[in-house]
Design a protein around this ligand. Sequence first.
Ligand SMILES: *[C@@H]1O[C@H](CO)[C@@H](O)[C@H](O)[C@H]1NC(C)=O
Length: 376
Amino acid sequence: MESLRIKSLFSSLVLFVLVSCPTLSSAASLGINYGQLGDNLPQPTDVIPLINSIGATKAKLYDANPQILSAFANTGIEFMVAIGNNLLSSLSDPQQALTWVKSNVQTYLPATKITGIMVGNEVLTLNNAEWSNNLVPAMKSVYAALVSLGLDKSINVTTAHSLDIMESTYPPSAGAFKQDYKVYMQAILSFHVQTGSPFYINMYPFFAYKSSPSEIDINYVLFEPNNGFVDPTTKLVYDNMLFAQIDAVYSAITLLGYKGVSICESETGWPSKGDADEVGATLDNAAKYNSNLIKMVAENKVTPLGSDLDIYIFALFNEDMKPGPTSERNFGLFQPDKMPVYSVRLTDGITVSSSAVKRYNSLILLFFCIASIAIL
Ligand SMILES: *[C@@H]1O[C@H](CO)[C@@H](O)[C@H](O)[C@H]1NC(C)=O
C-alpha cells in the first residue's frame, strides 16, 4: 500500500519533470533592438558576434533591411521585422500586403529566421487618425498574406504600443487603458486572440524616474534591493517599476475581457548619458538596469501576476542620428566602433555573458531529463 503510494507519487513527479523539460528553457527570452539611425554603424556581418555576446537570441528591426536580413542567414537569430507607420494605409490593401510580405519576408526564409512582423510603432498615441484607422486593417491584411503563403503558424503579426496608452498604471491592479483608445484596443486584442499573437508594449521606467527623481527610489527602477510596495487589492509585492508596469498592462487587458493574451516588452532600456536635466542618465545606472534585466531574463523571472519576461532591450548601438535630448543617442549597449559602452554584469564582481548562464541552466535541465528517463 505504502510503496504503491510512493511509487505513484514518484511517477507523477517524473512526469512533471518530463513535461516541463521542453517548456522551462523557453519561457523567457532576450531580444535586442537593432536600430539603424546612425551614420557610423558597423557592417551587419560584424554585428552577429555582438548579439551573441550578450546572450540575445532575437533581434528586432524598425524596417526589413535587406542587407541585415541576408547577413543573418543561418545564424539562428530570430528576427522581428517592421512595417513603418507611413505604409499602414497602403498595406491595409490585401494585395499590397501580399506583395510586401513576399518581397520583405518570404524571400529570406528559411535561411533567415523571421518569426514576427511588427505592424506600426506607437501608432495610437501619435494621434494620427489615418494611421490609427488603418492599423488593424493592415494587421489583418498582413496576416491574411501569411495565411495564403502558409506562413501564419511560424510568424506572429503584432504592433508595438507606447506606455502612454495607459490611463493609470498605479497600483498595478488598477491598470487601465485611456478611454480614447478603447475601441482600437478591443479590435487589436481580438486580433491577438484570433491569431494567437502577443501584445507588445514599449516600457521605459527611466522616463518616469527622469520626470520625478525626488519621489522615486532609484533602487526601485534599477532592480536593486529595496522595500517595494504592496498592491492594496492583490496584496502582491512589487519591488521594481518594470514589473509594476507590465502587471498594470495585464490588468488593463483583463479589464477589457482579454485575459490570456501574452504581454511582451518591445523596448526597454536605460541611457548611459544625458543632458544636465536628465537625472539618472549615467553609465553606472545603465549598467545596473540592463545587467539586472538580462540576469532576470536568464533566470526566467515572472512578474507577480505571472507574466513571462519576453524583452527586447533598447538598443544595440548608440545611434548618432536620433533627434531629441542627449539620452536618445545613448541607449546603446555598444558604441558604433563595436566596443561595449559598459560591461554587462550578471552577478556582483563577475562579468559573464548571459549565454553562459543559459548553457548552464540547460545542462542542469538536461541532467534532470536524462535522470528521469533512466529512473522510468
Ligand atoms: C507567437 O506568439 C505566441 C504567443 O506569445 C508564442 O507562443 C509563439 O511562440 C509565437 N510564435 C513565434 C513563431 O514566435
